[in-house]
Design a protein. Structure first.
Length: 142
């Protein structure tokens, strides 16, 4: 039977990334939601910090899903589609696709093994917290 082998982030690494993002949010005095998914966009670890907006949980999960599903950081999407009206008006209507910052694929040896999504601040703050999670596990931010 034909099959393929694929790599996936483990639970310990997912929690390490999540905890680092929470720590960064604490240093910025922000209440964030953080989600880490596996390579298929399925939730591996997730946390809504005390006081974080309820809606931010779904946004964080969608950012992580978007990064895993498209193999691209969410902040790169707007520049990729802003000058293409059909894409600019169509892509934001794809369920779970987020086109602003805060979601990053997690790569190991240039292979997607998961993703992280952060929401609760301005998207630039979300990106900063997500990058702290990536840095903690030695994953590239691009």
């Amino acid at each position: 039977m034909p099959s393929i082998a694929k790599r996936s982030i483990d639970a310990e690494t997912a929690m390490l990334a999540l905890k680092a993002a929470v720590h960064k949010a604490d240093t910025l005095n922000l209440k964030m939601c953080i989600t880490v998914t596996d390579e298929a966009g399925h939730v591996k670890a997730s946390l809504r910090m005390d006081g974080a907006q309820l809606a931010a949980m779904q946004v964080a999960t969608n950012k992580a899903y978007s990064a895993a599903a498209t193999k691209m950081a969410t902040h790169l999407w707007y520049d990729a589609i802003k000058n293409d009206p059909p894409l600019l008006h169509g892509m934001p209507h794809i369920p779970q696709l987020v086109i602003f910052g805060g979601g990053y694929p997690i790569k190991e040896d240039n292979e997607i093994i998961g993703a992280i999504g952060v929401s609760g601040g301005h998207y630039l703050q979300d990106m900063e917290c997500a990058c702290a999670g990536l840095d903690a596990i030695g994953a590239p931010t691009s």
